[in-house]
Design a binder for this molecule. Structure first.
Ligand SMILES: Nc1ncnc2c1ncn2[C@@H]1O[C@H](COP(=O)(O)OP(=O)(O)OP(=O)(O)O)[C@@H](O)[C@H]1O
Length: 259
């Protein structure tokens, strides 16, 4: 089993004995990890090991088969409806491709959570939308539809929507999938910049080794065969010191795996 980091005061998310299943199909069992404030926590592992599934459990889309995920000590599934709404309000989620509504402009897309969760006036919402789009480098694109901008811009617009409510935790599923290396790098920089300017904690599913090392401060490696975590900690530490050859191989694209 992997090493847990020592207990820290600023733990934002903690998984304890988390087991995830679809019906009777076991995906991962007995996961333990801690994510601290300001971490960029990377969920890693081979195809189909359950990375997206873990993210979906974290945001309350699926209930653990066993164990729990705690946010500041509170499980989403034992929280009251009011607490659940409050938790969701503090999460910003972006899916692959940005998942924008194609029949809405960028401004309308970013305005949605503000309309849903706040009592801001229309003018305040317009100002906030303008500010958030400017933060991700999309000032002036308010009236564009997703089909009129590039894939990278769509992802940035998705990010603007995710940060609309100034979330404490940002969740990303494969944010740079399909982007050219330069755009992927810019997205990484943007994620770090937003983390630094908002103080948010970031949880990210990614296959991109460059991203893993550029932005990951902490993470977990899930194994599809044994259906459990092989390691947790910083990607660099795992690369240099993981006792699992598979983890070192994964993080070095096969070049650093020999025992
Ligand atoms: N809604 C679902 N219902 C049933 N099985 C599912 C569901 N979603 C995913 N699975 C299965 O769970 C396993 C893990 O899927 P998941 O998408 O979490 O893996 P992943 O590590 O994110 O994969 P990839 O790297 O290929 O995106 C896969 O075998 C997948 O077929």
């Amino acid at each position: 089993m992997s090493q847990l980091r020592p207990e820290r005061q600023d733990v934002v998310i903690e998984a304890r004995g988390l087991t995830m299943k679809y019906g009777s199909n076991l995906i991962q069992s007995n996961l333990h990890f801690q994510i601290c404030k300001g971490d960029v926590f990377v969920i890693m592992g081979g195809s189909g090991c359950g990375k997206s599934t873990l993210l979906k459990h974290m945001i309350g889309l699926y209930q653990p088969a066993d164990g729990e995920i705690l946010f500041g000590g509170q499980s989403y599934f034992t929280a009251s409806q009011e607490q659940q709404q409050d938790m969701r309000r503090r999460w910003g989620v972006t899916y692959q491709g940005g998942a924008l509504f194609s029949d809405k402009t960028l401004a309308e897309n970013v305005a949605l959570p503000l309309e849903q969760y706040t009592t801001l006036t229309n003018q305040d919402i317009r100002d906030m939308v303008h500010y958030k789009l400017a933060l991700v480098g999309l000032a002036g694109f308010e009236e564009f539809y997703p089909s009129q901008i590039s894939g990278g811009m769509c992802k940035r617009a998705g990010l603007a929507r995710a940060i609309a409510l100034d979330p404490d935790i940002l969740f990303f599923d494969e944010p740079s999938a399909g982007l050219d290396p330069l755009s992927a790098r810019r997205l990484d920089d943007l994620i770090l910049q937003l983390r630094d300017s908002t103080g948010a904690t970031v949880v990210i599913v990614t296959h991109e080794l460059a991203s893993i090392f550029a932005i990951g401060s902490n993470g977990i490696y899930l194994d599809a065969n044994t259906k459990t975590q092989l390691d947790t900690g910083s990607p660099q530490t795992m690369l240099n010191h993981s006792k699992h050859q598979l983890v070192r191989e994964f993080l070095s694209r096969g070049e650093y795996g020999d025992e």
